[in-house]
Design a binder for this molecule. Structure first.
Ligand code: EPZ
Length: 433
């Protein structure tokens, strides 16, 4: 089983280029089947989640081609209308295959998709997705084997109020509504940058969506959508991960290909605790030396502090002086990494949906297990900051959302390798001393 082996203690220094946003790409790849024409999508991150979703789209009968590692051509014209069922093997691997519910329902008025899998960070129901589809006139059932079946004679635009601010449901309802008759309003919509990116992609195909990025999205149904060429925005969370990596290792990293506006919540918190954050047009430099200060954070929907940066920030604050508090308001079970960090010397107490952090001088290396995608990235940060050697098992979670993570870290001077046997692990340990 592949794992990371890491020798910590080296301040990371240099430049890193951020890939396309995974959580925008997953919605956009699914939305591409809303037209029979070819869509060319650039800046697709080459990560497990996008590879798995593309395999699910190809299994539906669509024509999928990699033009290069980060550019994909999708043509939905060849989708078999008698096989609008997303096979368990794919969706159970990633949560976002459920975006095919919205796009297949929107295009074919029928979709059958197994209930989503993905990281275990909470209950993650899909009641708001179903509420939106039913409001548009679909009949949605959960049939044997945990499959969701959505079908409609016709989809009619409606005013839909979201009981919860939800990224997935906002994107899914947008896709189901773009070809519906009349006007759809999504009230209390999510405002993340990736919502805007999916809306911009759909508009480039001829959709009529206004207000994405605000809490009221207005969609006027159109007759058909056409092919497009589109480039995905940079990944806000990958960028934030490298920003906290710079601070935790007391390094100096220029993070390139970012949209600084998307990073505001992270940049301001890192500045607040004493890091130096310098914004340029499409890059951000983050530097830190000496011990950071403590702070309080509550994760919130965009533009609040993102939940996907909560583990990485907690790992950084656990090295600050003083006491910090992080409250996780989005998911119920997103502190599983705390026990792993405790084995490195961190002092964090979880009470309900808050983590009470007492800063320590440093971490010592340990053998760790990644509990989920972002917690896994946080453990890599901790291992890079720690004295000594760490290993991290279950890196499959990390590979779902970070492209060439170990390669990018090595280019910054980090000592990290992927090994899958004891012999290679020993060779690494001998080499780094
Ligand atoms: C997306 O998940 C992201 N995943 C998550 O990123 C991210 O943490 C999350 O949005 C919040 O920003 C993808 O985009 C593939 P939600 P999603 O629907 O859509 C509740 C990562 O690390 N809810 O915004 O599943 C839900 O339980 C991943 O890249 C309902 O109650 O998140 C949660 O408490 C992890 N009913 C809250 O809303 C619903 O029908 C936010 O969930 C849907 C959601």
């Amino acid at each position: 089983m592949e794992k990371y082996v890491i020798k910590g203690g080296t301040p990371l220094d240099g430049e890193v280029t951020i890939a396309g946003a995974k959580n925008a790409a997953l919605g956009i790849l699914a939305a591409a089947i809303l037209t029979d024409d070819e869509c060319i999508i650039e800046n697709v991150p080459y990560v497990e989640d996008t590879k798995v979703l593309l395999r699910a789209i190809e299994a539906l009968g669509a024509t999928v081609k990699y033009i290069d590692l980060h550019t994909v051509s999708i043509c939905g014209k060849t989708i078999d209308k008698d096989n609008l069922c997303v096979d368990d093997e794919y969706i159970r691997k990633i949560r976002a295959s459920y975006y095919l519910l919205g796009s297949m329902l929107g295009k074919f008025k029928y979709a059958q998709v197994a209930l989503p899998g993905g990281c275990d960070i909470g209950l993650r129901p899909i009641d708001q997705h179903i509420k939106g589809f039913e409001a548009l006139g679909a009949k949605v059932d959960i049939v044997s084997g945990g499959k969701v079946v959505a079908k409609a004679d016709n989809l009619i635009g409606r005013h839909i109020y979201m009981d919860v601010v939800t990224v997935g449901a906002t994107i899914n309802i947008m896709m189901a509504a773009v070809l519906a008759e009349g006007k759809t309003t999504i009230e209390n919509a999510a405002k993340e940058p990736h919502i805007v990116d999916v809306a911009n992609f759909l508009n480039s195909m001829g959709a009529n969506i206004k207000g994405a990025g605000t809490d009221v999205i207005r969609i006027r149904g159109v007759q058909r959508l056409v092919g497009t060429e589109y480039s995905i925005i940079p990944d806000q969370i990958e960028a934030g991960t490298f920003m906290t990596m710079a601070v935790a290792t007391k390094g100096n990293i220029l993070i390139k290909n970012v949209i600084p506006k998307h990073m505001e919540a992270i940049s301001s918190k890192l500045s607040e605790i004493g890091a130096t954050v310098i914004e340029y047009d499409d890059s951000i430099r983050v530097m830190a030396d000496g011990r950071m200060k403590s702070t309080q954070i509550k994760t919130l929907p965009y533009p609040g502090f993102p939940t996907d940066m909560q583990p990485q920030m907690a790992t950084t604050l656990a090295l600050s002086s003083g006491n910090s508090i992080i409250t996780e308001s989005i998911f119920e079970n997103r502190f599983k990494y705390v026990n792993e960090l405790a084995r490195m010397g961190a002092r964090i107490k979880v009470e309900g949906n808050s983590a009470i952090i007492t800063g320590v001088e440093g971490y010592t290396g340990a053998n760790l297990v990644a509990p989920d995608l972002r917690a896994g990235a946080a453990l890599v940060i901790a291992a890079l900051a720690a004295e000594g050697i760490s290993t991290i098992d279950d890196i499959k979670y990390i590979l779902r959302g970070y492209e060439d993570f170990d390669g990018k870290i090595r280019a910054l001077g980090g000592q990290i390798e992927i090994v899958d046997n004891e012999r290679d692990e020993q060779k690494f340990k001998l080499r780094v001393g």
